[in-house]
Design a protein around this ligand. Structure first.
Ligand SMILES: Cc1cc2nc3c(=O)[nH]c(=O)nc-3n(C[C@H](O)[C@H](O)[C@H](O)COP(=O)(O)OP(=O)(O)OC[C@H]3O[C@@H](n4cnc5c(N)ncnc54)[C@H](O)[C@@H]3O)c2cc1C
Length: 375
């Protein structure tokens, strides 16, 4: 059962990484606890740097077929538009944010992995222990099976067993911000445009989805235990004046905001990638994208380390430093996005700041920043 690499977790980050390693000529085993594909769609936004990275494994065109290219975002208040952010001013080749439900993205990646290596993905394997020594790594499943490899990457999400078993600290905090979100039939005139409502009662975000649907995200002052479609539709109506038909809802959920970062993203022969290494606020939609950028770098260092065994400690150290730095930068950007949407006494000042950011001179800079350039 020995392979070059073990990847723990077949979420978007683990699947992408496995495709990269396979294309790099390495044998990979992906251990996933789920036995069924996910049906939920937490994440929807794929940013241009990630589209470029995903092109390297041959899936960007397939994702574009299933998604909506969002070329423009508008900020609105009750009395009209505050300004616009146009992504077509960003560097190419992809001058848009692609909106695709996460379950679809995972399916496209899983299909690609099966094309590259039909046996790579093992479902129903719950990893409960990991070991790393000078000869290699071992993943131990809860049913006692053992899998060995030269290298192991934990892509097992924010509660990562790999991170915990490797003894890597995960520090950060939760924020008071609370949100509800829901997917509904799109009854607006916005088409492929994303709209942010900076209204007095609190932020509302609205994103196009494929198949004539739209996601609504609403900031709340306190948690709602069990949000339902009617309450989300009511909030949208009250804050924006727009109609949402609760009967068309396909998903409603609530979420809080956290910021966590692993103390290191490499220990021994083990690397972390994606949410196992960092959690950033979903506002701004960066977490999955950041994970793919980790995966791209992780694949590079693993392929190089396999060719030059003496170099691996340095390569892994550089990976850890570089990816922690990128995660910290993304978290700061997400915090900035969240702060703009918080109701406060300085609201008039925030509106002036928003107008300035969306002005003809500054908006290209903020469009690049929003679309995750430089991470
Ligand atoms: C409401 C919301 C909206 C979001 N929107 C966006 C967005 O628009 N854009 C964006 O970039 N990000 C977004 N995110 C973040 C994004 O969803 C995550 O960053 C992304 O899912 C992380 O991917 P991952 O592969 O690292 O981890 P996960 O998606 O958590 O996948 C981990 C996998 O590991 C498996 N696993 C876990 N433990 C074990 C184990 N012990 N053994 C075997 N398998 C295991 C799990 O079953 C799972 O399949 C959003 C998040 C939320 C909450």
């Amino acid at each position: 059962m020995r392979t070059d690499v073990i990847v723990v977790g077949a979420g978007p980050v683990g699947l992408d990484l496995a495709c990269r390693l396979s294309l790099g000529g390495m044998s990979v085993r992906v251990l996933e606890q789920r036995t069924e594909p996910t049906a939920h769609s937490r994440s929807i936004g794929i940013h241009p740097p990630a589209l470029e990275a995903l092109d390297e494994i041959g899936v960007t065109d397939r994702l574009i077929e299933h998604g909506v290219p969002v070329r423009e975002g508008i900020a609105m208040r009750q009395d009209g538009p505050v300004g616009r952010l146009r992504f077509d001013a960003c560097p190419g080749p992809y001058r848009f944010v692609l909106a695709v439900p996460q379950w679809r993205t995972e399916r496209v990646l899983e299909d690609r992995l099966r094309e590259l290596d039909a046996d790579a993905l093992m479902s129903g394997v719950v990893v409960s222990g990991v070991h790393s020594d000078r000869d290699g790594t071992t993943a131990v499943a809860d049913d006692g099976r053992r899998f060995t490899a030269d290298w192991l990457v934990g892509c097992d999400g924010k509660k990562s067993t790999v991170r915990q078993r490797a003894g890597i600290e995960f520090s950060g905090r939760s924020y008071p911000d609370r949100y509800v979100m829901g997917d509904f039939a799109d009854q607006t005139e916005f088409g492929p445009v994303a709209v942010i409502f900076l209204v007095k009662d609190g932020l509302v975000e609205s994103f196009p989805l494929p198949e004539g649907r739209r996601r609504w995200v609403i900031r709340l002052d306190r948690p709602v235990d069990d949000p339902d479609a009617d309450s989300v539709a009511d909030l949208v109506r009250m804050r924006t004046g727009l109609e949402v038909d609760a009967r068309t809802s396909t998903m409603v959920s609530g979420f809080g905001v956290e910021r966590y970062l692993a103390g290191v993203m490499a220990r021994g022969r083990i690397l972390l990638a994606g949410d196992s290494g960092h959690v950033v606020s979903p506002i701004g939609g960066q977490g999955m994208n950041l994970g793919w950028l980790d995966g791209r770098r992780a694949a590079e260092v693993i392929v190089r380390a396999s060719r030059d065994r003496a170099a691996w400690p340095g390569l892994f150290r550089d990976y850890s430093v570089g990816r922690r730095r990128a995660a910290a930068r993304a978290a700061r950007r997400a915090e900035f996005n969240m702060a703009l949407g918080r109701p406060s006494r300085t609201r008039p000042l925030k509106l002036v700041a928003a107008r300035l950011m969306l002005s003809r001179f500054l908006s290209p800079h903020f469009a690049r920043r929003f679309t995750m350039r430089g991470l």
